[in-house]
Design a protein around this ligand. Structure first.
Ligand SMILES: [Zn+2]
Length: 311
């Protein structure tokens, strides 16, 4: 992976640890002497400024075995995900769609021998997201089924949302994935933006995922390795699957017509988990995809792009 353009190398000169250090080891199995070059640790952030609902990525390279790296954003700690590349770890920070715009502090801590050997701090600016308000639409069909704007919102607050957050509230400290994410459908055509507010009179509903075009019966893929934590037919969200990817990352797939997995299943990236549909409060067949990153509601397509850039 080449880091260009928007990726920022933090404090490049000051942050090289043991710069150009070369250690000499004497292998026990051979008689020759091996030279191992210790490359300096590099820390990158994906950007210093990003809007609400976006995802910030911190990349650490050339970490040595035994070195621990942790981070803190806005005084909340986050962990670094090991990747398939030795010594390379990734920190993923979801910026909630409702995060107050302003400057926040990002810290990276590297602990070599159970003591802090370096501390890095960086200012990250969160800007206001470009979200708009749409009409809170109901089709005659949905009205016939008894859906109203007020009972949709009420149902989310008292039933669907409660059931979902019982799952999302749990933090699985170990990651189930170590690779980039994929899209949940073969073809990605956006039919509903992330972050919009649907409004009818005083009643509002925030759209915390993205709607993707998908005729009924389209194959839906797990966006990464994980464990199925939830499969239920909900009143507003319809048939819903939640996959825990570990590390506080969850993906949610709504309005399905059919489940192909059950709770407890371990799924691999790209595995078919269900078929798309139009169940629950849905204006037509589509897939609603949501991603939660440590409790933050983030734009799923931006999340996938931002995280994949790091791999
Ligand atoms: Zn949606």
């Amino acid at each position: 992976m080449i880091f260009v353009g928007s990726l920022v190398l933090l404090l490049i000169g000051a942050y090289f640890i043991n710069e150009e250090e070369i250690i000499i080891t004497t292998p026990t199995t051979t008689t020759s002497t091996t030279l191992i070059e210790r490359k300096p640790i590099k820390i990158f952030v994906s950007t210093n400024e990003l809007p609400q609902g976006d995802t910030l990525v911190v990349i650490a390279e050339n970490l040595k075995t035994g070195q621990k790296i942790t981070g803190e954003f806005d005084h909340k700690s986050f962990d670094f995900l090991p990747t398939e590349t030795e010594g390379k770890l990734i920190g993923i920070i979801g910026i909630d769609v409702r995060k107050t715009p302003g400057d926040y502090l990002l810290k990276v801590l590297i602990d070599g021998e159970e003591k802090l050997i370096r501390q890095l701090a960086e200012k990250i600016t969160i800007t206001k997201g470009d979200f708009y308000v749409t009409k809170f639409v109901l089709t005659p069909e949905l009205e016939k089924q008894g859906y109203t704007q007020s009972n949709i919102v009420q149902n989310i607050q008292t039933n669907d949302g409660v059931l979902i957050y019982q799952v999302l509230d749990k933090y699985t400290p170990e990651p189930y994935f170590n690779k980039s994410f994929i899209y949940p459908l073969d073809s990605i055509i956006k039919v509903g933006d992330f972050g919009t507010t649907r409004k009818e009179g005083d009643i509002t509903l925030r759209h915390l995922g993205v709607d993707l075009d998908a005729p009924v019966g389209t194959l839906i893929y797990a966006i990464n390795d994980g464990v199925v934590k939830f499969t239920k037919d909900l009143i507003t969200y319809g048939k819903t699957i939640i996959i825990d990817h570990g590390f506080g990352i969850y993906s949610l797939y709504l309005h399905l017509s059919e489940f192909k997995v059950v709770v407890g299943d371990k799924v691999s990236r790209g595995e078919v988990i269900g078929l798309s549909g139009s169940t629950g409060y849905s204006l037509g067949p589509h897939l609603h995809l949501s991603i939660k990153a440590n409790g933050a509601s983030v734009d799923p397509l931006r999340f996938i792009d931002a995280v994949n850039t790091a791999f």
